[in-house]
Design a protein around this ligand. Structure first.
Ligand SMILES: Nc1ncnc2c1ncn2[C@@H]1O[C@H](COP(=O)(O)OP(=O)(O)OP(=O)(O)O)[C@@H](O)[C@H]1O
Ligand SMILES: [Mg+2]
Length: 338
C-alpha cells in the first residue's frame, strides 16, 4: 500500500479533451519520485491535483489511506515548491519562513526555534532580515524550500524548482535536495525537464506522455530497459538512434552485418544509443560519413550518415567533416521495439 495513492484519476477542462487519462500511481513512504515528460503532458496538473489546487474529475487520491479528493490544500498537509519560488515580496526571510506557522497559531518560541533549525539546515541563517528582492536566485530557492520544510509536511511536491537557476547552482542545489531528502526522509514528488536531475535524484522515475504513464521504474530500468520508443528517445542525450529494419529468417541486416534477433520475423524498430557506439573493435562495424561534429570538451557528438540513414554517435574521436570513418558496436547494445 502506497503512502500516496493515485487511482484511475482523470482531469479535463473540456469533456472531449482529457488532460490526465485514467492515471494510476503509487508512491511509497519516504520515496523520491521524479516525474518527467514533454511540455504540456500534464505534470503540473498532476502535482496540483495531489496538492488540492486543482479538482479532479474522476478517480481517487489517497494520502496515508485517507481519501483527500474533497480536502482543501491546507488540510492535505502537503508542501509545494514552485519554479518561481512564490515568496511574499514584502516580508523578510524570517517572516516568509514563519508565516505558515504563525497562521496556525504556533507559539512564538517554537516558531523561533524552528526558523533557527531550518535556516541552519539550508544555510540561510545570515539572510533572515533580508527581503526576497535582496536575494540571489539560489538563496530564494533555499527560502522557498525552507518554507516547505518548516511545516514538516506529509509530502513535498516540487514543480521544476531549479529551472530558473544557472547550471552550476542547479547542480549544487540538486545535491542539496538529495542530501536533505536523505536526512529528512519526507516523501517527495519532483517534476523536472532535466534528465540529469531525474536520473540522479530519483528512487523511481515516472515517464509521462499525453496525460498517461509510459513507464515507471528505477533510473537504471528506465535507461537500460525502456518500455517504448518514446521512453527510449526521451531519456538519454542525444536521444537513441532509431532505424526501421526487417527481421527475416530470424536476422536483421544491420548496415551490412547480419545480426540474429529472437523476435518474430517482420518490420521492427531498432534502437542504438549514441554512447553505445564505440571506437574500439566489437561485433559490428559500421561505416559512417561524418557530416558534423560538436565538441563537448571530454567527448564529441558526431552526426553522420550510414547507408543513407542519419546516425548520432558520442565519441572521444574528433573526425574531420565529410570523411568516412569506422565505428563499432556490440550485438548486446541493440534494442528492438516491435
Ligand atoms: N486552466 C486550464 N484550462 C485549460 N487547459 C489547461 C489549463 N491548465 C492547463 N491546461 C492544459 O493542460 C495540459 C497540461 O498542462 P500542464 O501544465 O500540466 O503541463 P506540464 O506537463 O506541466 O507542461 P510544462 O512541462 O510545460 O510545465 C496542457 O495542454 C495545458 O494547455
Ligand atoms: Mg508544468
Amino acid at each position: 500500500m502506497g503512502y500516496i495513492e493515485i487511482e484511475k484519476v482523470s482531469k479535463w477542462y473540456k469533456k472531449d479533451h482529457l488532460i490526465i487519462k485514467d492515471l494510476t500511481l503509487s508512491v511509497a513512504k519516504g520515496e523520491f519520485l521524479v516525474i518527467v515528460g514533454p511540455s504540456g503532458c500534464g505534470k503540473s496538473t498532476l502535482l496540483r491535483m495531489i496538492a488540492g489546487l486543482e479538482e479532479i474529475n474522476s478517480g481517487v487520491i489517497k494520502i496515508e489511506d485517507e481519501v483527500v479528493n474533497n480536502l482543501s490544500p491546507a488540510d492535505r498537509d502537503i508542501a509545494m515548491v514552485f519554479q518561481n519560488y512564490a515568496l511574499y515580496p514584502h516580508m523578510n526571510v524570517y517572516k516568509n519562513l514563519s508565516y505558515g506557522l504563525k497562521n496556525r497559531k504556533v507559539p512564538k518560541d517554537i516558531i523561533d526555534k524552528k526558523v533557527k533549525e531550518t535556516s541552519k539546515l539550508l544555510q540561510i541563517e545570515e539572510l533572515l532580515d533580508r527581503k526576497p528582492s535582496e536575494l540571489s536566485g539560489g538563496q530564494r530557492q533555499r527560502v522557498a524550500m525552507g518554507r516547505a520544510i518548516i511545516r514538516e509536511p506529509k509530502a513535498f511536491l516540487f514543480d521544476e524548482p531549479l529551472s530558473n537557476l544557472d547550471a552550476k547552482l542547479r547542480h549544487q542545489m540538486r545535491l542539496e535536495i538529495r542530501k536533505l531528502h536523505d536526512k529528512l526522509g519526507i516523501t517527495s514528488i519532483y517534476v523536472t525537464h532535466d534528465q540529469v536531475e531525474a536520473m540522479t535524484l530519483a528512487d523511481r522515475i515516472v515517464v509521462m506522455n499525453g496525460g498517461r504513464v509510459e513507464q515507471i521504474g528505477t533510473p537504471d530500468e528506465i535507461y537500460n530497459t525502456p518500455a517504448s520508443i518514446f521512453v527510449a528517445k526521451f531519456m538519454g542525450t542525444p536521444p537513441m538512434n532509431i532505424f526501421q529494419m526487417k527481421i527475416s529468417d530470424g536476422k536483421i541486416d544491420f548496415f551490412g552485418t547480419s545480426v540474429e534477433i529472437s523476435n518474430p520475423d517482420g518490420m521492427v524498430f531498432v534502437g542504438i544509443r549514441p554512447e553505445a557506439i564505440q571506437d574500439a573493435r566489437s561485433d559490428i562495424v559500421i561505416e559512417v560519413l561524418v557530416t558534423m561534429v560538436e565538441r563537448l570538451g571530454s567527448e564529441n557528438i558526431i552526426y553522420g550518415e550510414c547507408q543513407g540513414e542519419q546516425i548520432v554517435i558520442k565519441s572521444k574521436k574528433m573526425p574531420e567533416k565529410n570523411n568516412s570513418m569506422q565505428f563499432y558496436l556490440s550485438k548486446e547494445s541493440i534494442y528492438i521495439f516491435s
